[in-house]
Design a protein around this ligand. Structure first.
Ligand code: DGL
Length: 271
């Protein structure tokens, strides 16, 4: 059933952003660079992260509840800062809130095809993203001229989620995920999960300096910024970003302070 969103919107409109956990902060950072003044409200579903190995029905249900919460708190634009949730749920969200602009993220295969010199491309993503119908269609659109190696990385988002970005365990897992791509001779690797930009340094080290890494965070933020500006939202000066979590507030506070260059107010969300 389509639902209106404007009637329940409080006075201060904001951009609602969510992810299974903290990975979407890579998109939030890009959004903050594009729109330094816009009110941003981010929800991390850390109590239920990672989404990568969850069923599609579970991710759809969580995405709908979170979208509902963000809309109720003033979101007039929604950014699904999670490849796995976009693949599983973005169509359902658009059905339910047809008047709400919604920006999703998907692995950047198109820019990778444009950037690759040898036509051999690797994709690092969650199992959920890679097995989705949406990804199958995205792959089919790239044609036969390129060779694309899709590498699931179970456990990687989960380790990143813990906050420490350079542990021996993390290095070993990144190495295991990258080895098949190196063996396949790819010259371009798509970071197909919003958690992975936080370990870009480890992926770059494992792949070698000659391999290009593609992250769509900036492109997603540019698209969201266009929609926000076109919506005619009243100018606001938000110097604090609202960060809500279904997980541990203190842990989230620590990670946000370490990862982000702007101030966040962290609180618990009962979603
Ligand atoms: N950050 C997410 C993505 O872009 C999800 C990772 C996970 O929860 O498994 O796919």
């Amino acid at each position: 059933m389509p639902e209106p969103h404007a009637a329940e919107t409080p006075a201060v409109a904001c951009i609602g952003v969510f992810d299974s956990g903290l990975g979407g902060l890579s998109v939030l950072q890009a959004l903050r660079r594009q729109l330094p003044q816009a009110p941003l409200r981010y929800l991390a579903d850390s109590a239920n992260a990672p989404y990568g190995d969850r069923s599609e029905a579970f991710i759809v249900e969580r995405s709908q509840r979170i979208a509902q919460h963000l809309v109720a708190h003033g979101a007039t634009l929604l950014v699904v800062a999670c490849n796995t949730a976009t693949a599983a749920a973005v169509a359902r969200l658009r059905e339910r809130w047809p008047a709400l602009p919604i920006v999703g993220v998907e692995p950047g295969l198109k820019p990778a095809v444009a950037a690759s010199r040898n036509g051999r491309i690797g994709v690092l993503a969650t199992t959920g993203t890679l097995r989705s119908e949406k990804f199958r269609q995205l792959l089919a659109r790239q044609g036969d001229a390129v060779h694309i190696v899709a590498q699931p990385c179970p456990g990687l988002a989960d380790l990143i989620e813990r906050g420490a970005l350079d542990t021996p365990e993390l290095r070993a897992l990144v190495e295991r995920c990258c080895a098949p791509l190196r063996d396949a001779g790819v010259d371009t690797v798509v970071l197909g999960c919003t958690h992975y930009p936080f370990v870009r340094h480890l992926i770059a080290a494992a792949m070698g300096a000659q391999v290009q890494l593609i992250d769509t965070g900036d492109a997603v933020a540019r698209r969201a910024a266009q929609l926000w500006q076109a919506s005619g939202a009243a100018p606001a000066a938000a110097d604090v970003v609202m960060l809500e979590t279904t997980g541990d507030v203190a842990a989230q506070q620590r990670v946000a302070a370490g990862w982000l260059a702007f101030r966040c107010e962290v609180s618990a969300a009962d979603v």
